[in-house]
Design a protein around this ligand. Structure first.
Ligand code: SAM
Length: 328
């Protein structure tokens, strides 16, 4: 089992299957994109399958596939199919921008993908296209509607950007009136290739909650699942729920159960660390499964207490990465 020195058990892997993305979201990367790595530097699906299998033998029972945009990587669906045969995995989830997936939704249902997190930062086509710097709102909205009717659990991810989409917070909450979906507002982080958040005004957890509270009197606090990244609520008699993810204020670290592997195989104990071990080189140099297990067990021991300590311990003090490199 993977347990850190604070007694937190690691059961959840976030695996970035690529650093490439078809969108250029303002808060995630510059207009010209990020420096993508040579294809050979990316983990192959075979390598990802092996790392996931070994971790699943150490107690990891939940995997989120992310990126970059996972669906831009060729053969991603076949990779998902192979992962779905791993009986140690109770949940396989995907985070996607939804622009390329409408035609794959029935396959995702068939292979028992558990939940899709769909990133959709605005319900206004023009604004959405400005945020993403691509003309894909209609496609993403179609994906949203198809997913909402599917048997896949649907969560919407909305990064709250001051002066951009804060006036839509209550519109998103209103979406939960008739749809059994989970809408989640994410605090903006400085992972955009520049090292600073793009917006000045601090739309943190409390401010987002206050905005909703000003509009609704009948908010019910829900009991969160252990290690949930969001604090969850619902409006009385509404079908769905809403949540706030304190990604930047980092009040969720005490029961963190997550580790990350980036598309180039960098192992991360925390979103805010700058990577602690290159798994790709380790396995390409012939590491056995037992050596990998020993490595995971000892590396997880180094997991910092929280995201602030992880940030303070970085070798590169400034956070220059894009979420697309890290794997969101
Ligand atoms: N391409 C997929 C997508 O758009 O969902 C997966 C990768 S994306 C990096 C994963 C999540 O990270 C998305 O929900 C995105 O909105 C979020 N994200 C990216 N940059 C962020 C930032 N600077 N602050 C907060 N969330 C961010």
């Amino acid at each position: 089992m993977l347990t850190d020195k604070f007694g937190r058990q690691i059961t959840y892997l976030r695996l970035a299957v690529t650093d490439r993305c078809n969108l250029r979201c303002q808060y995630c990367m510059p207009a010209h994109g990020i420096d993508i790595v040579n294809r050979k530097e990316l983990l192959s699906f075979k390598e990802m399958y092996r790392l996931t299998r070994v971790l699943s033998e150490l107690g990891v029972n939940k995997v989120r596939l992310t990126g970059g945009e996972p669906f831009v990587r060729k053969d991603f669906i076949n990779f998902l199919k192979s992962l779905s045969f791993n009986k140690n995995l109770e949940e396989i989830n995907i985070t996607t921008n939804g622009a390329l997936i409408t035609k794959h939704i029935s396959t995702l249902e068939k292979i028992n993908i558990h939940a899709i997190n769909l990133s959709i930062d605005s319900l206004n086509a023009e604004k959405f296209n400005q945020i993403t710097r691509r003309n894909v709102f209609d496609q993403v909205y179609k994906t949203f509607e198809t997913l909402a009717k599917s048997k896949l659990q649907l969560k919407l991810n909305i990064v709250i950007q001051s002066g951009v989409n804060t006036n839509e917070i209550n519109d998103f909450v209103e979406l939960t009136k008739y749809k059994d979906i989970a809408v989640r507002f994410i605090e903006e982080m400085p992972f955009n290739g520049k090292g600073l958040r793009i917006t000045d005004e601090n739309w943190n957890f409390n401010k987002i909650y206050a905005e909703i509270q000003n509009n609704y009197q009948n908010i019910i606090s829900l009991v969160n699942k252990k290690s949930s990244t969001s604090q969850n609520y619902k409006i009385k008699n509404y079908k769905g729920t809403f949540g706030i993810i304190p990604a930047f204020t980092r009040t969720i670290c005490h029961d963190c159960n997550r580790i990350r592997i980036t598309a180039t195989g960098m192992f991360k104990n925390c979103l805010f660390d700058d990577g602690v071990f290159n798994l790709r080189d380790f396995i390409r140099n012939g590491a056995s499964d037992d050596e990998l297990k020993e490595l995971f067990i000892s590396t997880v021991q180094q997991k910092p207490k929280n995201g602030f300590i992880a940030e303070a311990n970085r070798k590169n003090k400034k956070v220059f990465e894009s979420m697309s490199t890290i794997g969101g």
